[in-house]
Design a protein around this ligand. Structure first.
Ligand SMILES: *Cc1c(COP(=O)(O)O)cnc(C)c1O
Length: 416
């Protein structure tokens, strides 16, 4: 029997496990269904502890980490909550946290790369990102040697650090322009022969990799939660948390409730919030002025079957928007009370929790999991030297020859 099958949520048809879109044209995410109904943790390193609910046949031994979940005392007491659990994603050796690019994007990049290897993919993977995704894919490609073309906005290049000395499998291109210019250039290149897109939210490896946050949180506390909090840009992490919860409910050992999803965005650039509340909250200058621009995504997987709207409705959850002042106060509150630095995006989740507590939406005795999607970069700097990934080429979005220039550069860099 196969370990898992991949099905469309509308027509129910079983697809080839690596498919990204329903072949009957349904506007639906495809979802992985695992043959093993119970979560059985393994002794394997990092994220592979959750191997039996990951859509992979094999592992990348080196370098993978996982979420660390613990019960909060200090922040819980500040917020007068009795049962607050923190799912920490990042570097915090004192707690055993070892996601080496310091965000939960490492949970997506390893399973995605494992599947690229299973398919014996010879094409060059193209990733466009404002930073954290790019850093996570650069990390795993430096480990496996898979060629990678990264396309990032010039302003985001400071996020492209690495711990590896050898990054010869990476071609980093910066684009003068915004994130959308980077995405559109990357999209054009990925459509060419010899290149492949990793698929974003449609890729079950990315979602089930992120879903391990919920697996870890529930396995640690022993029960399903009342509430789940996360800062979102695309909302993929929220979808993943929901899918993982459905599997855990089906497992039967963790109780019979499903968590409400509370997803937080950053004002004034909160597209998911706008869609959900049917109110315009996107400034023309976006993503300028955001607390953390990794949370900006102009085309989130909102309305399709199994997307953000579906999971918020199914969970009776909500989408929030927080101001920079709220995020900054929440960051300080978290760092002081829990004693670890967090990524600004994660502070948006903390601020979302603060809003919900103030509004009385969550009750003191309820079981809550707070996804700290990134943290410990300052802690990492105490132990490691961060090196900037070298830029292979700079192009301008206005340059009509940008696409050709990038392809030429890739050919040079990889000697093909
Ligand atoms: C990507 C990212 C998010 C948002 O994740 P999505 O679930 O894809 O919207 C939140 N926090 C950090 C640190 C991230 O890198």
């Amino acid at each position: 029997m196969n370990k898992y099958s991949v099905k469309c949520l509308i027509c129910g048809e079983v697809h080839d496990p690596y498919t990204l879109n329903c072949k009957n044209g349904d506007e639906s995410l495809l979802r992985a269904y695992y043959t093993a109904k119970q979560l059985i943790p393994t002794d394997m390193p990092g994220i592979w502890k959750y191997y039996n609910w990951l859509p992979v046949d094999g592992i990348i031994e080196e370098g993978s980490g996982r979420t660390v979940t613990y019960k909060s005392e200090a922040l819980a007491s500040e917020l007068a909550l009795d049962d607050l659990w923190i799912a920490f994603n990042g570097y915090w050796p004192e707690k055993g946290a070892d996601l080496m690019t310091c965000t939960f994007k490492d949970l997506e990049s390893f399973p995605t790369m494992q599947r690229i290897r299973e398919q014996e993919e010879k094409r060059i993977m193209v990733v466009a990102s404002a930073g954290n995704t790019a850093r996570a894919f650069a990390n795993v490609c430096s480990i496996t040697g898979q060629p990678l073309l990264l396309v990032v906005p010039k302003e985001s290049v400071h996020r492209l650090w690495t711990l590896h000395d050898d990054n010869h499998s990476i071609c980093l291109v910066t684009v003068e322009g915004d994130y959308f210019d980077a995405i559109s250039l990357a999209g054009k290149i990925a459509a060419r022969d010899g290149f492949v897109n990793e698929g974003g939210a449609r890729n079950v490896a990315r979602r089930d990799g992120m879903g391990t946050v919920m697996l870890d949180a529930v396995l640690t506390s022993g029960k399903l939660y009342d509430h789940y909090f996360q800062a979102v840009g695309s909302g993929t992490g929220g979808i993943s948390a929901w899918e993982a919860s459905l599997r855990l409910l089906d497992d039967g050992r963790f109780g019979d409730k499903l968590p409400k999803l509370h997803l937080g965005q950053s004002r004034p650039c909160a597209p998911l919030y706008s869609l959900w509340k049917d109110e315009d909250s996107i400034d023309a200058a976006c993503p300028d002025g955001m607390y953390d621009d990794v949370l900006f995504n102009r085309k989130p997987p909102y309305a399709l079957k199994g997307g953000v709207k579906d999971v918020i409705e199914a969970s009776s959850g909500d989408i929030y928007a927080v101001t920079n002042e709220e995020a900054s106060a929440a960051q300080e509150l978290f760092e002081k009370s829990e004693g670890i630095d967090i990524n600004p995006a994660a502070a948006v989740a903390v601020a979302t929790l603060v809003q919900a507590v103030k509004a009385g939406t969550v009750k003191p005795a309820e079981e809550i999991v707070l996804n700290i999607t990134g943290g410990g970069q300052k802690r990492l700097v105490q132990d490691y030297e961060l090196k900037q990934l070298p830029v292979s080429l700079e192009v301008s979005a206005k340059d009509e020859d940008a696409e050709d220039k990038v392809v030429k550069k890739v050919t040079e860099v990889f000697g093909i």
